[in-house]
Every structure is written in structure tokens, then in C-alpha cells.
Design a protein around this ligand. Structure first.
Ligand code: 3DU
Length: 218
């Protein structure tokens, strides 16, 4: 996954045709496509292989189980063609390390949710917890963390915890109120954008607009 545009498409549509159409349209303006339960439950995990021909695919399953189950999930995700998986860190170091170990075996990547972007997202993910999860992600050898674009100040603080080695991907831009430019300025490597792009009349124009908003900052 290389940063060219700084934009990741969150593809939460549920029909295969729509998913492929939008992905092909915006392909030049995003660096990866994030898929999750809505699309995979709607179409099946085989959609990952189709999309991986267009852009690297990140599987947002927020994996949160015991190490053995986590490993089984990650093996399926990577075998299906996904370049990275998003997992929870609150399960503890053994679960997290099993995800990273599995990713390394497949030469793929793990992102760890450090804090969520919705209004209730900092209720359990308090300052201390988020920072501890971010530190754990670093210790476990994750590729990066997920931090909220709706709270750029938290992106900045979490960047200070992980340093420069780990990447930050940030959901919450657009529909949830976050600004792409402010999020990148706060230290995120990529913004994750869903509804503002796939729900737009012209997804390509919207993706291009966000790419242009941050191109001088990356
Ligand atoms: O709000 P949007 O439509 O731009 O989509 C944001 C995506 O990122 C969506 O797939 C959601 O499930 C995911 N996400 C968050 O919004 C917030 C998080 O903390 C983690 C993932």
C-alpha cells in the first residue's frame, strides 16, 4: 500500500455491481479500498479478489477474539486477497500478536483501532486506553493504527505515542464531520472516506476533490 493520494475509499455499499462500478470510477483518486461487513455480508468475501485487481483492499472486520479464532479469521481474509486487516487492540497482546504473526506469514498488514470516530467513540476509548492500545500496536509490530478524523487533536496525540514508524488511517471525514486537511495536518497518513464518495452523485469528482484538498500536505 503506497501513499499517492492519501485517500482510502470506505466501500459500504452492499451490491457487487455497484461496488465494482464505483471502485473503477474512483481508482485513480484513492490508494486503497476498505471493505467491511456491509459489503462482505451482501456479496460474499470473494468480492475482495475482484476489488484487489483495482486497488489494495483493507478488510475492516475489527477482529476481536481469542488468538486461535483471530488467526482463523485473518487467514481467510488474507487468502481472499486482502492486503490488510483492521483488528481491535482491547483484546490484549496475545490476540493482537497472533493477528500480526498471521499477517507476517502472508506478508500482509494489520491496523489496530486505537479510538473510534463516532460521538460515543471516546466513551470506552478514553485518552489512557487509546494511548495504551496505540503503544501495544507498536510493540506488537502492527503496520498502523486507526484514529478518529472527527478529533484531529487525538490523531496528533496518538501520533506522538507511535512515532513515525507506524501509519495512521483516519475515518470520519465528510459524513461524520471531519476535515481531510485537518486530519492529515494532525499526522494521519490516509483519510478514510465512505458516504461522501460512494453516496455522491459523482463519486469520481468527490474523490478527486478530497485528493486535491490534501495533495499539498502529503
Ligand atoms: O462515515 P463514512 O461513510 O465516511 O465511513 C467511515 C467508514 O469507516 C465506515 O466504513 C466505518 O465503519 C469505518 N470506521 C469508522 O467510521 C470509525 C471508526 O472508528 C472505525 C471505522
Amino acid at each position: 500500500m503506497h501513499r499517492k493520494t492519501g485517500v482510502i475509499l470506505a466501500l459500504d455499499v452492499t451490491k457487487k455491481e455497484e461496488a465494482l462500478l464505483i471502485s473503477k470510477e474512483v481508482a485513480g483518486f484513492v490508494d486503497a479500498i476498505k471493505i467491511g461487513y456491509p459489503l462482505v455480508l451482501g456479496t460474499g468475501l470473494s468480492i475482495a479478489k475482484d476489488l484487489s485487481k483495482i486497488a489494495p483492499v483493507i478488510a475492516d472486520f475489527k477482529v476481536a477474539d481469542i488468538p486461535n479464532t483471530d488467526r482463523l479469521i485473518c487467514e481467510h481474509v488474507f487468502s481472499a486477497g486482502c492486503d490488510a486487516v483492521i483488528v481491535q487492540g482491547f483484546t490484549g497482546s496475545d490476540s493482537l500478536m497472533e493477528c500480526v504473526k498471521t499477517a507476517n506469514e502472508f506478508q500482509r498488514k494489520v491496523f489496530v483501532v486505537a479510538e473510534m470516530s463516532h460521538p460515543g467513540g471516546d466513551y470506552f476509548f478514553t485518552d489512557a486506553v487509546s494511548k495504551e492500545i496505540a503503544a501495544l500496536a507498536k510493540k506488537a509490530g502492527a503496520f498502523g493504527i486507526v484514529a478518529p478524523a472527527t478529533r484531529p487533536e487525538r490523531v496528533k496525540e496518538l501520533r506522538a505515542v507511535i512515532g513515525k514508524d507506524l501509519k495512521i488511517i483516519s475515518p470520519g471525514v465528510g459524513a461524520q464531520g471531519g476535515s481531510a486537511a485537518d486530519t492529515i495536518k494532525a499526522g494521519a497518513d490516509w483519510v478514510i472516506v465512505g458516504r461522501s464518495i460512494y453516496g455522491a452523485k459523482d463519486p469520481k469528482a468527490e474523490a478527486e476533490k478530497i485528493k486535491k484538498e490534501i495533495e499539498k500536505l502529503i
